[in-house]
Design a protein around this ligand. Structure first.
Ligand code: ATP
Ligand code: MG
Ligand code: MG
Ligand code: MG
Length: 471
């Protein structure tokens, strides 16, 4: 079935309504009353109050379409078909009502019934936790899935820090051998790092609570928490190679084409730029609509980095002016049916982004002048830009390291990368010493911690890791 993103969202909600679920609205991306998360990063994140028993829902069966931000996937964005920093998760939830069998039956019915999505059953695979015999038996005996399509995976235990957690079962869609590319054979299975078996839906069987002190206790009632990626589903129903080729993104890509005069789909490198920019503008537009603003710390810092990163990538498309703010228009257009607040706050969103872009462009101009001084110094020396100078450019002038390296390359110079990483480490040490306790914001992953706040860096294993933080 050729379904638009909006149709999939609607179908999902109406399916679970038909099955007696109540609809919970999409909550703002900025968590309310929850300092354990920087951003809402999944459908369940906004429903913790029901899961931990603080609030009793009117109906224990819930369905939602929840916007989510995940900065820990940023390195994948533009390089995989399926990752975004902003995406929508469709979820059904049971607060002590149905458990594994109910969740599995619903998921299978929704995906395979011709009244709903109507996927070919033979293209679906599932993964389970190695010790979850209940899940195995349900998939095999209730659903009738052949055993070789049920794969046991160690990592199938869902835990986002504080909150409900438990074993999970994921559903994969086989997009066919043409998506194997040159993936190593050992990754070529549902759950491996590949583009053939696309993970579409995660069913979490919540049995425990992960407490603030790190301990786990059984939940008074067992719960179901599921999350399906809307953009991924759209890429399958629309039979396109990546999420970016769906109707959720094409209006944004066309606008970038207009602005840059370049075509999407003609060159691998420029396509990455198209994808990164179209991804980041959605994140920034929605985050600003939900009350976040660019700044030097926490959430604001994430937005600042996303905007700068997109501006950096725009150089690949030879865009030399502030332009991101104009892309908020197609974002609002595509999404206004379900998310009217982006349209309502559009002129504010545009202003915020434009100011931030212009500021960064000015920073780059200043950085180039400093770079030129550094260049002369290196030229009259041994042809190497010192780690100290590269760091000063970055830290004092906000000039991305990647740029220093690129410019140096063009000027036939080298950059002392190890020295640079060393300077970054030292700065991190200083920041850490300056902090008193600093454990206030427990974030989902180290990567997110790194991206979030300079003072939270936990060290660099590689320059790639360091480089990611420099945009
Ligand atoms: P992956 O392994 O592909 O990174 P995940 O296992 O980290 O995905 P979950 O945490 O299980 O993802 O989230 C539930 C669903 O949300 C996924 O099955 C997927 O469809 C979707 N999803 C997760 N992360 C992203 C993302 N960064 N961009 C788009 N969709 C996502
Ligand atoms: Mg992931
Ligand atoms: Mg996964
Ligand atoms: Mg998953």
């Amino acid at each position: 079935k050729q379904l638009t993103g909006n149709e999939i969202r609607e179908l999902f909600i109406s399916y679970f309504r038909t099955q007696g679920h109540m609809v919970e609205p999409s909550a703002p991306l900025v968590p309310i009353d929850d300092d354990s998360l920087l951003w809402i990063n999944s459908g369940v994140a906004t429903l913790k109050k029901y899961f931990d028993g603080r609030v009793i829902p009117d109906n224990p069966k819930i369905v939602n379409a929840q916007k989510a931000i995940r900065t820990n996937d940023i390195e994948n964005v533009g390089f995989t078909a399926r990752h975004h920093t902003f995406f929508e998760m469709l979820g059904n939830f049971s607060i002590g009502d149905y458990f594994k069998e109910g969740a599995i039956r619903y998921a299978w019915d929704f995906l395979t019934s011709s009244d709903w999505i109507g996927f070919d059953e033979d293209l679906l695979y599932v993964t389970i936790h190695p010790e979850d015999e209940d899940a195995y038996n349900i998939w095999r005996d209730v659903i009738g899935l052949s055993p070789e399509r049920i794969i046991r995976i160690e990592g199938n235990f869902w835990d986002i820090g504080e909150g409900p957690c438990g074993p999970n079962s994921e559903i994969f869609y086989d997009r066919g051998p043409e998506f194997e590319f040159d993936t190593p054979a050992e990754e070529m299975y549902p759950g491996g790092e590949n583009e053939r078996y696309l993970e579409i839906w995660n069913l979490v069987f919540s049995e425990f609570n992960h407490n603030k002190d790190g301990s786990y206790t059984p939940l008074p009632k067992k719960n179901i928490d599921t999350g399906m990626g809307l953009e991924r589903m759209a890429s399958i129903t629309q039979e396109v190679p990546t999420n970016f080729d769906t109707d959720l993104f094409t209006p944004i890509l066309s606008r970038i084409e207009k602005i840059s005069g370049k075509k999407y789909g003609q060159n691998e490198n420029t396509d990455v730029a198209f994808k990164v920019i179209s991804d980041h503008i959605r994140t920034v537009s929605f985050a600003v609509a939900d009350g976040a603003l660019p700044s030097n710390e926490g959430r604001g810092y994430v937005l600042r980095r996303l905007i700068r990163r997109a501006v950096r990538f725009s150089k690949e498309l030879d865009i030399e002016r502030a332009f991101m703010y104009e892309l908020a228009d197609p974002v609002a257009e595509v999404m206004h049916g379900f998310y009217p607040n982006v349209t309502e706050r559009l002129s504010f969103i545009r202003d915020v982004i434009q100011k931030e872009e212009e500021r960064f462009l000015a920073t780059l101009d200043e950085g180039i002048q400093i770079y030129e001084q550094v260049r002369e110094k290196a030229k009259s020396g041994e042809g190497v830009i010192s780690g100290h100078d590269a760091f000063r450019l970055y830290d004092t002038y906000g000039f991305p390291y990647e740029l220093t390296k690129e410019y140096a390359g063009n000027d036939g110079l080298e950059v002392d990368e190890e020295g640079f990483i060393e300077e970054m480490k030292q700065q991190r040490e200083r920041a850490r010493n300056a902090r008193k306790s600093g454990e206030s914001m427990q974030v989902q992953s180290e990567t997110l911690a790194g991206l979030t706040e300079q003072s939270e860096f936990t060290g660099y294993d590689s320059l790639r890791e360091a480089g990611r933080l420099l945009y």
